[in-house]
Design a protein around this ligand. Sequence first.
Ligand code: GTQ
Length: 346
Amino acid sequence: MLELGRLDDLPQDYRDALSARNLVPLWPSLRAVLPPGVPTRQTRATHWAYSAIRPLLLQAGELTPIEKAERRVLVLANPGHGLENMKASPAIYLGMQLLLPGEWAPSHRHTPNAVRMVVEGEGAWTTVDGEKCPMSRGDLILTPTGLWHEHGHDGNDPVIWLDVLDLPLVYYMEASYHINGSRQTQLPGRGDRAYARGGVVPTPVFARSEKRYPMLRYPWLDARAALLSLAEDRPDLDCVQVSYVNPETGDDAENILGFYALMLRPGQTLPLPARSPATVFHQIEGGATVSVPDQRFELLGADICCVPGYTPITVRNTSATEPAFLFIADEAPLHKKLGVYEVRQP
Ligand code: GTQ
């Protein structure tokens, strides 16, 4: 490829004259910002073992009272982006949050979208826009942009969940801020009950819900049951996967990040093509490996890993007798809206 001119090919007085006028020559940086064929990615394939996170998070529970934290979270930071930047990928933030019995994380709302994937413990709840959402292992709870949310805990044991936010993107856009509020009043109605049966939606007085986010809690038992019946009915199907969607529109549940649950049959190996968005995997049940070129992660318990975009991925169930269930988050809705979504066939 043709070698382009470098910055130090230019006389210093010329460079100084440009800088003084806030000007920069493109050609020394052209290949860096538009590399050939494949983007440069800072995101590194990274694995976080839940067995390493859990004791440190419980220790945070002793070191920092909830009043001093508001949200007691350890951020899963990708070293490729610099730990201080708190990114798993360009658009994905991951945090593991601890709430102890009796604690309350006060009501606020913010521009980034969030979801919670409940990892362990019973008795906690998140109230979103007046709807109290109980939290059990594997449940997905949305707290979309602009909606009030607070977390409380009436149970007896620590509760831990995984926060997935589009914070890095919204921050990069200089659009990230929050507003604190007071304790919410609980309103009647629960989206997870109203939309519990696929194919029928509430239609009071012949008008459908106009809520942008009609369903806020997606119980794991329902997603799991959907996967099991899909696997049973479609033995021909390799990718036994469901997407978390808005039941009124069928669109992705949130605007920027996509959320999915994947079931691997006993002993199954599933190759996934390279796609432009970065992807995060979290083990809900069973054990799996996630392989990318030159690296393989063992996911046990509630482990998490992230993989940069444009990378072929192979997921494998490590059990020959039991299914494995994975929660997946990716940047696909964002890439599709921007028109840069790609799937590369091998
Ligand atoms: O629970 O509202 O991990 O506002 C980061 C920011 C959790 C939350 C995070 C937040 C929250």
